[in-house]
Design a protein around this ligand. Structure first.
Ligand SMILES: Cc1cc2nc3c(=O)[nH]c(=O)nc-3n(C[C@H](O)[C@H](O)[C@H](O)COP(=O)(O)OP(=O)(O)OC[C@H]3O[C@@H](n4cnc5c(N)ncnc54)[C@H](O)[C@@H]3O)c2cc1C
Length: 466
């Protein structure tokens, strides 16, 4: 019997595990979190259940079905609180895993190999910097969403949601459901860009028609809660004495440069910002998978990466939302288990429809270069190491360097605790780095998560001569 290891138990990983087991493989499904569901189905902890939880999620019935079937499948072993901290490729592709609560001492170390691996670690949200974004009260929209969905906590009482992309809509909904007043959703893309991205060839979106119903649900919710949606606008500054007290909103031109004279100020105690998502590439890079020029893992129609036996699904192959993650996971799991292509039913067609959504999101909401004009020299870019924009510019100019590595070592940008997850892509674009070679990229992290030195010291060592 083939053994398939699935890393990540979000929509992509859940679908992969089930498809692999359906195709006759034994499966190990693991996730660093303490439950299944990933970001989309991030739910309340079992200690604090809610009878109305299904109302907090889209597609909750689908999640319950997946979770139920996985729970009943004898051939699927589920490991939660299982952090893959490294991937090694010496003989076979091996996942180094620490089992136990995050940050706990003495976690159990395991090295897992399998006939095939499905990588489904998802993405984290991307936030462009602006003056004052380091103030308490400014959150990534993903963090605000995680707290609202996973803890029913609203990050503020008067919140502004800003950035770019359809993700802003569920964030605003979750915040109001958690008790906040949302003063507005400020989408950087202008109406013309939204129309250019979403309206042409509408028949190509027919395969994702249910997304229209989801959108209508958000709009109805926002109307009921009087949440205005303002395209072509951005938060260009957050101000306050020790924490956010007000934000400056400006109208943007087509390149996202603020239009002078359009600034207005809103009193707010929370700002939730997201300009899209960055795929978590450390595991695929460590496994040796080819990354495309669009900075996603390159896969073929079977979700096969460039490395034999390694498949990829979900947000690491493109930002297409839950449907893309589910269908890609299904294909990856089925093929990783050795399942026949002809037995995949409608999955390939649905994958193509989901890929269309990915393209539309980028076309309508993709980051435009003019945003850098809302930065000032003292705007912090790397929050961990407190590196301001002026310092990055000065170093890049003085050394005539476009090398990320050189700028990192000189300024320490990206070397702090988040290891460039927040600022890496921003620093790359500000210094004009060229990450296409793959060598000089902020996505390479040999340790995928912080590991205690004691845990490292406790790892079994290879026998002499091995
Ligand atoms: C913070 C956040 C909140 C989101 N909320 C929504 C929302 O409310 N609505 C919406 O439409 N879309 C939301 N999205 C987008 C959403 O992530 C996708 O549409 C969908 O969940 C992608 O599925 P996935 O399986 O690819 O990844 P995910 O759902 O992100 O699942 C990936 C899983 O992999 C695990 N993992 C990652 N690295 C490791 C590792 N090294 N070791 C072990 N496990 C690992 C993670 O713990 C996670 O559970 C959110 C995204 C983020 C980043």
């Amino acid at each position: 019997m083939r053994h398939v290891l699935v890393i990540g138990a979000g929509p992509a990983g859940l679908a992969a595990a089930l498809a692999a087991s359906d195709a006759g493989a034994s499966v190990t499904l693991l996730d660093a979190g303490d439950g299944l569901g990933g970001q989309y189905w991030r739910h309340l902890p079992p200690q604090r259940p809610s009878r109305r939880e299904s109302r907090l999620h889209h597609g909750w019935a689908a999640f319950e079905r997946l979770q139920g079937r996985i729970g009943r499948a004898d051939a699927i072993e589920v490991l939660t609180e299982a952090q893959v901290w490294a991937i090694e490729t010496a003989d076979a592709v091996t996942a180094q895993v620490l089992l136990g609560p995050t940050d706990a001492a003495g976690r159990e170390a395991r090295a897992l190999t399998a006939d095939a691996i499905v990588l489904a670690p998802g993405a984290h949200d991307r936030t462009l910097p602006f003056p004052g974004w380091h103030l308490p009260g400014v959150f990534s929209a993903g963090a605000a969403q995680a707290l609202a969905k996973g803890e029913r906590i609203a990050v503020g009482r008067r919140a502004v949601v800003a950035g770019a992309g359809p993700f802003l809509l569920p964030v605003a909904q979750s915040l109001t459901a958690a008790g906040a007043t949302v003063l507005g959703v400020f989408e950087a893309a202008r109406p013309r860009a939204l129309a250019r991205g979403w309206l042409p060839k509408p028949w190509k979106l027919l395969g994702t028609a249910h997304k229209g119903r989801e959108l209508a649900g958000y709009l109805a919710h926002h109307l009921a809660h009087r949440v205005p949606y303002r395209p072509g606008r951005a938060v260009v500054e957050a101000r306050g004495d020790g924490r956010v007290e007000e934000v400056v909103i400006a109208r943007l031109d087509a390149d996202w440069a603020p239009v002078p004279g359009t600034e207005r100020t809103l009193a707010a105690d929370a700002v939730c910002v997201s300009h899209g998502f960055t795929p978590r590439l450390e595991l695929p890079i460590a496994a040796g998978c080819e990354i495309g020029p669009d900075r996603f893992v390159r896969v073929d129609p079977d979700q096969r990466t460039s490395v034999e036996g390694v498949y990829a699904a979900g947000e690491i192959t493109g930002i297409g939302g839950v449907d893309a993650a589910l269908v890609e996971g299904r294909i990856a799991g089925h093929r990783a288990a050795g399942g026949d292509r002809s037995a995949m039913g409608s999955a390939p067609r649905r994958a193509r429809a989901a890929a269309e959504l990915t393209r539309r999101i980028e076309a309508a909401h993709g980051i435009r270069p003019g945003w850098t004009s809302w930065l000032r020299d003292d705007t912090v870019v790397c929050r961990c190491e407190e590196v301001p924009y002026g310092r990055l510019r000065a170093v890049a100019a003085a050394t005539e360097q476009r090398s990320l590595r050189s700028v990192k070592l000189t300024t320490r940008a990206g070397l702090g605790i988040c290891q460039a997850r927040m600022c890496g892509r921003t620093v790359e674009s500000l210094i004009g780095a060229d990450p296409s070679s793959g060598a000089d990229t902020s996505d390479r992290r040999p340790l995928a998560a912080p590991v205690r030195l004691g845990d490292l010291a406790g790892l079994p060592t290879a026998p002499d001569g091995a």
